[in-house]
Ligand binder design. Structure first.
Ligand code: COA
Length: 700
């Protein structure tokens, strides 16, 4: 049925009109003028023919089968048309009409109705409130845009009609071609995941570009994106922010888990390359669609101006693209041809008076170097350079180069004399060295993500589920949604996360006796289900070294906490062995679209201020956990910066996996935070010294 949407043998346009300004007329005209070869049926009860094509009063009156219907009538009539389509046995419908959930409650109800009818009859629906769909292989322009792109290898899925128009206009200017072009609109039925599933197997699509604002079924998207990105790159521009995650969060994790970071994690885990601007989307589509993938090695830069070369080299640092170091043979060859003033090392400077021959020699020579995997050609419009000549020479590499070759002909008027030649030849040209380097680095990024994607391993941990169930039942039985620290730790113990030895006491004498048994130094903490952030109310005392100190601090702690939170239920004071190491935070928040999301960062009380955290969506592969831990800026603190011993990172990863397993096994847990987890030196393990758990009110 998705096939009928993209490759229909027959199309009916409901709402086709003789009036040239009406959308129904434009859609029909576009189908005719793009050269669509299947059967076309305009539907309009008042006309006999439109554009010379026989018209029918309704879909039901069409004599043969209809694969696809494009609906261009006001929203109120759409359910009725959908019913007619269903009865006719139509397989796919594009609803261009606006006036659905984007306009409020009534529109949303109408949209729901459209979805229900589609489900009843097993039809697939694109839209409503969309621009339509283009399939250049079928010469099918089922949209109301006047731009029909040339045939090419880029497929686009966009949630915004406006972005569709921008992309089509850009394609015209840059001579870029599309294979498929899909405007998804309100996504009552067809979503990005469905489109990816189709595009994955579409031989004419080499690269997929997406514009996304939000998603209702994040995990479906991840599944399809992960599978698709193994075969072809997906580049996504994600705009807008969702309100999930941070919603009514009581933990630090919740407060710092913005919807945007969750999307970031989802895309990174499923091999999608995320871009931040529309220019970056253009740039990456250009390079991926026109160039072969780079093999192992670095970039060689060939320039006629030192300044551009330096900027490109800086950009390589910024975008983590390796600059190739040339073999002695390459340097010798370059020396044999280039003038004495030329720089023979990367960036190769062929200097300001270079003509096409010098550029050509340098490009050919570096391409033969085994350490080179891509070439960036820079050109500044000096008085002596032959811009069209150099462009024509570079253009001759199109389709022949075995590695990416991209250019930056910098400047404006003069540079443009070369740029149009490069465009015609489909050599990606960028306006700045930085943009060119970013595009090349994205190719390397994709290669790495793809190889990682193929070799993923997942582990499951067998926790003591009955023990956790008993804790949760008790909490729910008491009408609570927040667990006490002790209850949270009970869950951690049941899943094999180390919790330093501790006990709960209610008198000064018992506190002193317990501390003596555990061994000094100890930590003393208030135990209350009503206090989420103990340090904020003076509820934690660390490094207590003697029995007398225990007695003194016990009384001070209680009076401090009582005066600051008079209404909190206090279950006692916990005395625990002081565990030393580096403090990190491990948290989980359940996201509406993506499910459990694990957050990791440097712990303690500064986490909300510094926001140095990374996130990954459960389930976590080994590579995901490694990435999660490695992605924070403070990672060197864990690996042993400034002569310190490295921390026990394997034990930390293991603890994170176990928390992720708890989240998978108990869907009613909405938030779980261990702040801090103390990570000992290598081989010493980790200790969870706090646990904050929240559950959903009703049973999941
Ligand atoms: N079956 C067949 N034809 C029908 C019909 C039906 N059930 N109901 C109405 N029609 C005919 C009308 O008679 C009219 O034909 P006519 O010009 O010969 O009289 C034609 O269909 C169009 O209907 P009309 O009422 O004139 O609507 P319109 O063309 O002014 O607007 C939409 C219709 C769908 C374009 C408009 O409602 C709309 O949603 N516009 C916004 C679209 C948009 O922006 N989409 C998102 C882009 S990102």
């Amino acid at each position: 049925m998705v096939r009928e949407l993209f490759e229909p043998d027959s199309i009916a346009v409901v709402g086709a009109s003789k009036e040239a300004q009406k959308i129904g007329h434009i859609v029909l005209r576009n189908l005719v003028s793009s050269g669509y070869q299947g059967s076309l049926y305009p539907i309009n009860p008042k006309a006999d023919e439109i554009l010379g094509i026989r018209c029918y009063p309704s879909v039901a009156d069409v004599p043969g089968k209809v694969d696809l219907v494009v609906v261009c009538v006001p929203s109120a009539f759409v359910p009725k048309v959908m019913e007619q389509c269903g009865r006719k046995g139509v397989k796919a419908v594009i609803v261009i009409s606006a006036g659905f959930k984007e306009v409020g409650k009534e529109g949303a109800a109408l949209e729901h109705q459209v979805g229900e009818i589609a489900r009843t009859y097993g039809m697939r629906v694109l839209g409503p409130n969309c621009l339509g769909l283009i399939n250049t292989q079928r010469r099918m322009n089922a949209t109301f845009t006047n731009i029909y792109p040339r045939e090419g290898s880029i497929a686009i899925s966009s949630q915004s009609g406006a972005i569709c128009s921008v992309l089509l206009d850009w394609a015209t200017k840059t001579k870029v071609g599309f294979s498929k072009f899909v405007s998804v609109g309100n996504k009552v039925d067809m979503e990005e995941a469905d489109i990816l599933r189709y595009l994955r197997d579409d031989p004419s699509t080499k690269v997929i570009g997406m514009y996304v604002e939000g998603m209702a079924h994040g995990t479906d998207f991840m599944l399809q994106a992960e599978e698709t990105s193994r075969h072809k790159p997906i580049i996504a521009l994600k705009a807008g922010r969702t309100s999930t995650g941070a919603k009514a969060a009581s933990s630090h994790t919740g407060a710092i888990s913005s919807g945007d970071k969750v999307y970031e994690a989802a895309m990174s885990q499923s091999g999608v390359i995320r871009v931040r601007t529309i220019e970056e989307l253009f740039d990456l589509l250009l390079v991926f669609s026109n160039m072969p993938m780079p093999k192992d090695g670095g970039v060689a830069i060939v320039t006629n101006a030192g300044g551009l070369g330096v900027m490109a080299a800086d950009a390589c640092g910024d975008h983590r693209l390796t600059m190739a170091s040339f073999t002695p043979a390459t340097i010798d060859r370059l020396r044999s041809y280039l003038p004495e003033e030329a720089n023979l090392y990367n960036p190769v400077d062929v200097i300001g008076d270079a003509k096409a021959d010098r550029y050509d020699f340098a490009i050919r020579t570096v391409m033969e170097d085994p350490n080179v995997s891509s070439v960036l050609v820079l050109l500044a419009p000096t008085d002596l350079v032959d811009i069209p000549g150099v462009a024509t020479m570079v253009a001759s590499y199109a389709g022949k180069a075995t590695m990416p070759i991209v250019t930056c002909f910098a400047g404006g008027e003069d540079a443009s004399k070369g740029v149009h030649i490069l465009r015609e030849a489909s050599i990606p040209n960028f306006e700045s060295p930085d943009r060119a380097v970013r595009a090349l680095s994205a190719m390397v990024e994709y290669q790495i993500a793809r190889s990682r994607n193929v070799s993923e391993t997942f582990h499951t941990y067998q926790g003591d589920q009955a023990r956790v169930r008993a804790v949760l039942d008790k909490v729910r039985g008491e009408g609570r949604v927040s667990l006490s620290e002790g209850e949270g730790k009970e869950i951690l113990r049941a899943y094999g996360v180390t919790v330093p030895e501790e006990g709960l006491v209610d008198t000064e004498d018992r506190a002193a006796a317990l501390a003596a048994r555990i061994g000094f130094p100890v930590v003393m903490k208030i135990e209350s289900p009503d206090i989420a952030h103990k340090t904020d109310v003076g509820g934690v005392v660390v490094n207590i070294g003697s029995e007398e100190q225990v007695r003194r601090e016990f009384n001070l702690l209680l009076s401090r906490v009582r005066s600051r939170t008079p209404r909190a239920r206090i279950d006692g004071v916990s005395i625990g062995r002081m565990f030393s190491g580096r403090e990190v935070i491990v948290g989980m928040v359940r996201d509406d679209q993506f499910g459990p999301v694990i957050t990791f960062g440097l712990g303690g009380i500064f986490v909300e201020i510094l926001k140095d955290v990374s996130q990954r969506i459960v389930p976590l592969s080994d590579a995901d956990v490694a990435d999660l831990v490695r992605s924070i800026r403070a990672y060197p603190i864990l690996t042993g910066a400034r002569g310190k011993n490295p921390a026990d990172i394997p034990a930390l990863r293991d603890a994170i996996m176990r928390v992720a397993q708890v989240a998978q096994d108990f869907p009613e847990i909405t938030e779980f935070e261990i702040n801090p987890v103390i990570v000992g030196d290598e081989g010493q393990g980790v200790g969870a010294v706090d646990a904050l758990v929240t559950i959903r009110r009703e049973s999941a």
